[in-house]
Design a protein around this ligand. Structure first.
Ligand SMILES: [Zn+2]
Length: 351
């Protein structure tokens, strides 16, 4: 048995992955701000963060989780006005579109923007303006997930569900819960999730990233989770694995993020192989890509290495994300058809 490798077997596979039409369902708004985007924001708000691209690339060189938090908060501090929100959203869409991402469910945290002084109405206008422009100019469809920053507890949860119920843009489809898991138990958010779900929003909390399988059970039982953000610790509980397989509940797996946050010690020890072999519904995502020094394309390369996938296997994995998405059936069929068409054209050329 060969050691799993983090690199794809061939340059050809990397080329295939780069051109592959993709969807992404676990990616954060602020966490997707690249050095290029931050340079633009920093130029708008001179002072705390360098606007020189080389200096920013150095600032972004991933060191450890504490450094990630430092970068994240520095970016949060640059998002002060509706125009900052619009710019960030459109430019994040541009970087996804450049990787052939056709559809993304992007997690927004309106609570922190409102805290920074952007009124919720202006926040909604800014992201919607960027969404419409991105669809028109970049050919990428965006939908929103509002997430509760768990570290702010119930007041943030109440505020976030209020924004979701009273100021929701049409393109809001999901309701999530992020931030730390330790000390932030899931059941306390039961009522808030019930209200969001009653309004038609889909439940997509993070769970089992930095805590054990019980948090995943809690997310399923108390928050009505339809997908699990990360779910890394699921493999520690055979009964949970069985449940996830039986009900085909998708896990939003983000390999590099799990290493960066030390949820998993190394890529070689990542449980994705175990999940995949057990029949768990696995999807590949990038979480906070530039801050963890990755891209969605790179995450597929890593997954291909860890799961020993060829082009057809990678296409299947990409189709999983489409199936796990909240696109309507015709949208799913269209994107899945684009993926299978791309694979067929590739195999034809290889012949
Ligand atoms: Zn996340």
């Amino acid at each position: 048995m060969s050691e799993p490798s983090a690199r794809p077997e061939s340059d050809d596979l990397a080329t295939f992955i780069a051109g592959l039409p993709k969807a992404e369902i676990h990616v954060h708004h602020v966490g997707s701000a690249s050095p290029r985007i931050v340079a633009e924001l920093a130029a708008r708000h001179p002072g705390t963060v360098p606007s020189d691209l080389d200096a920013l690339r150095e600032f972004y060189r991933f060191r450890d989780f504490a450094h990630f938090v430092e970068v994240y908060l520095a970016v949060v501090d640059l998002i002060r006005e509706p125009e900052d929100v619009r710019l960030l959203t459109f430019e994040v869409a541009r970087e996804m579109a450049a990787q052939n991402v056709r559809y993304a469910e992007l997690t927004l945290t309106p609570y922190t923007s409102v805290l920074a002084g952007v009124p919720i109405e202006a926040f909604v206008d800014a992201v919607e303006d960027a969404r419409v422009a991105a669809e028109r100019d970049l050919g990428i469809t965006l939908r929103w997930v509002y997430d509760i920053p768990g570290e702010f507890g119930l007041p943030a949860a109440e505020a976030t569900v209020g924004y979701a119920l009273e100021h929701a843009p049409d393109s809001l489809i999901g309701f999530g819960l992020g931030g730390p898991e330790i000390g932030v138990d899931r059941p306390q958010f039961r009522d808030v999730f019930a209200r969001a779900r009653a309004a038609g929003l889909r439940s997509v909390p993070h769970a089992g990233e930095t805590t054990g399988p019980q948090t995943i059970w809690d997310a399923l039982e108390h928050l009505g989770a339809e997908r699990i953000g990360h779910g890394t610790s699921a493999v520690q509980d055979p009964r949970l694995v069985e449940h996830l397989v039986e009900h085909q509940i998708p896990l939003e797996v983000c390999p590099t993020s799990n290493i960066a946050t030390r949820a998993v010690a190394s890529l070689e020890e990542h449980p994705i192989r175990q999940m995949h072999d057990a029949g768990v519904f696995v999807t590949i995502n990038s979480d906070d890509p530039p801050m963890f020094g990755t891209t969605l394309t790179r995450e597929y390369e890593i997954a291909a290495g860890l799961l020993d996938l060829d082009e057809a296997g990678v296409a299947d994995l990409a189709t999983n994300t489409v199936r796990a998405s909240f696109l309507p059936d015709d949208g799913k069929a269209e994107l899945a058809g684009e993926i299978s068409g791309y694979l067929a054209a590739w195999q034809e050329r290889e012949r």
